[in-house]
Design a protein around this ligand. Structure first.
Ligand code: EPZ
Length: 422
């Protein structure tokens, strides 16, 4: 397994390019299952989660041309799908695989998908996905760890989501595109990734309105057609580099970043004293002396994104005061706190609240990654910790960040990846 080694104390300066959005790309490339035509995707990030998704699509029978690893466009054609099962070995490594349920059900009338199970950050149920499919007329059975869904024909329905789940919204949107009649999804997730999926489905001929808002209407059509789409830049990667600039007192231009997609986060970053300025080429963040403490509570979009909570905790760990971070989305998303404490942070946990008492300096230490965003927070901490930090199990990091050590080194960080054969 690889580790990443960082020697702290450098200031991040320069400009950095963003990859395509992971959390938009996963549902978007899965939506290729909805048509027999070729779909072309640009700016798809070369991430572990993307390659896992492509392995699953290939196993279902989707033809893959010009894979992303080459950096070129990705071309998918689902004209020979003969397998309708998403197996446990793939779904357990990446929960977003569960998003194949809606498209398979809508286009082929049946699907057998492993339940994703929990992960490090929470139990991650899929009840909202299944309740919505049942509202649309699907017969759902669960046995031996698999969901078996059948529907001679899905029919439009009014679906009230008990929680604005991103995945449930996306799964149901895709199912609704080929259902008979109109589907209305209320209390829908409003994340930009949902809006991007809606735009892609519309390019494919779906009749979608309201994606990105809390009520999405979809009028089913007979079939969808191919199209080409360039993925948007990853807003969570943007926020991550913005924290890095503020944390190290640096000056970084994050190219193509859109502040309006992370407004709540940008407002919080400004409260800590960092300067966040929109420029023609993106967003420039400049550190501004000692980081000021502030409180953070994660919420569904447009609230503060849970995917930037761990990164913000690092900033608060070296702030001038005490901060309270409340995690309202996932029940166990503080795994990074204990590792940060090993680096000298002073974080105490009480349920879904973390109290962070700022310290003058962190100290480098060997630490272990547990989940994607937690591992990124440990790398960020290494940038400002005295001495050397080794983050092990960085396969977690590779799920959502492409060449992170190269990008940070390009900004002046003293960082390298090493292979550990443990
Ligand atoms: C998506 O996960 C993202 N993943 C997550 O990013 C992100 O943290 C999350 O949305 C929230 O913004 C992708 O888009 C691939 P949810 P998802 O369904 O869809 C509960 C990252 O680091 N819930 O909005 O799984 C659930 O338990 C990842 O890039 C139900 O109770 O998130 C959680 O507490 C991590 N029943 C809350 O809703 C359901 O049927 C939010 O989950 C579905 C969800």
């Amino acid at each position: 397994m690889d580790s990443i080694i960082i020697n702290g104390g450098t200031v991040l300066e320069g400009s950095v390019a963003l990859g395509g959005s992971k959390n938009a790309a996963l549902p978007v490339i899965i939506s290729s299952l909805l048509t027999a035509d070729k779909c072309c995707y640009g700016r798809v990030p070369a991430l572990r989660d993307v390659s896992t998704t492509l392995r699953l699509l290939s196993r279902l029978g989707v033809t893959i041309e010009k894979d992303v690893v080459a950096g070129g466009p990705l071309e998918l054609t689902a004209d020979k799908v003969q397998e309708l099962e998403a197996p446990y070995d793939l779904v357990k490594t990446m929960r977003a695989s569960f998003l194949v349920l809606g498209p398979l059900l809508a286009r082929f009338g049946e699907a057998r998908v492993s339940t994703p199970g929990g992960c490090a950050i929470g139990t991650r149920p899929v009840d909202l996905h299944l309740q919505g499919m049942e509202r649309m007329g699907a017969c759902i059975r669960q046995d031996h760890g698999y969901i078996e869904a059948r529907a001679r024909e899905l029919k439009g329905a009014v679906i009230d989501l008990g929680f604005p789940s991103v995945g449930a919204t996306e799964n149901l949107m895709m199912a609704a595109t080929l259902a008979r009649g109109e589907t209305v999804i209320r209390n829908a997730a409003r994340e930009p990734e949902v809006a991007e999926l809606g735009a892609v489905l519309a390019k494919m001929g779906a009749r979608v309105s309201g994606a990105g808002g809390d009520v999405i209407r979809i009028e089913g059509v007979g079939e969808l057609h191919g199209m080409a789409h360039e993925m948007s830049p990853d807003r969570i990667e943007a926020g991550t580099f913005m924290v890095g600039a503020a944390l190290t007192g640096g000056n970084v231009l994050i190219e193509d970043a859109r502040v309006d997609h992370i407004e709540a986060f940008a407002a919080k970053l400004r409260e800590t004293g960092a300067r966040v300025a929109e420029e023609a080429g993106g967003v420039r963040v400049t550190g501004n002396g000692r980081v000021r403490s502030t409180d953070v509570a994660t919420l569904p979009y447009p609230g503060f994104p849970t995917d930037l909570q761990a990164q913000m905790m690092v900033l608060m760990a070296v702030s001038d005061g005490t901060s309270v971070i409340t995690e309202n989305i996932f029940e166990n998303r503080f795994m990074h706190a204990q590792e940060l404490n090993r680096m000298g942070a002073r974080i105490t946990l009480d349920g879904n609240q973390a109290t962070v008492r700022g310290v003058a300096e962190l100290s480098g230490a060997p630490v272990m990654a547990t989940d994607l965003r937690a591992s990124m927070s440990l790398v960020l901490a290494g940038l400002v910790a005295g001495g050397e930090t080794e983050v092990s199990r960085v396969y977690h990091l590779d799920r959502g960040y492409e060449n992170i050590e190269g990008k940070l080194a390009g900004l002046g960080a003293d960082i390298r990846r090493v292979s550990r054969d443990d």
